[in-house]
Design a protein around this ligand. Sequence first.
Ligand code: ADP
Ligand code: MG
Length: 195
Amino acid sequence: MSGISLDGVTKRYPGGILAVKGVDIDIESGEFVTLVGPSGCGKTTTLRTIAGFETPTEGSIRIDGEEITEMPPYERDTGMVFQDFALFPHMSIRENVAYGMKASGEYTDEEIDARVAEMLELVELPGTENRMPDQLSGGQQQRIALARALAPRPKALLLDEPLASLDKQLREQMQVELRRIQREIGITTVFVTHN
Ligand code: ADP
Ligand code: MG
């Protein structure tokens, strides 16, 4: 597994908005770290610089000690679950979970099928391969988004308010689930929330 270090990370968007200023964080391999702060404080931007969807204006980012500040997202091996956890609506659960592995071109169909089944077990939705996203509840779709992020065995899991759209009871249940899953696979995790 992998540690993540941010060293003096600053992000200024075009137009001059200072979204993130001089962030230093050292996250150890296997650690679960939560970034908490009000809306607009730069949480999503920070996660996006770790995932590689944004390049910092200043500072550097390392995963496993390797400098990755300028590396494109697909080479970084991070798995991200977005705020709205949007699944691909026209794809089955199998296709959704398999997406990252298919895109990498590194796996056979047998490996993908086995991994999809394993991930669906992990999120406690076994046997849902052939369903479509709109046939699952919000909480179930959220678990599938997590399975999709984890399927390609990322070095780190980045979660951007993944529980925000769930009602309170489901959110609390999913917090416990998320912690169980994170412990079970020991993946370095950065969780962002305003709550
Ligand atoms: P959070 O996730 O904590 O709500 P964000 O990282 O989304 O915060 O945003 C931090 C600041 O950067 C906000 O002022 C926001 O309006 C601004 N911002 C975010 N994304 C962009 C963008 N693509 N272009 C310009 N400004 C942005
Ligand atoms: Mg945000």
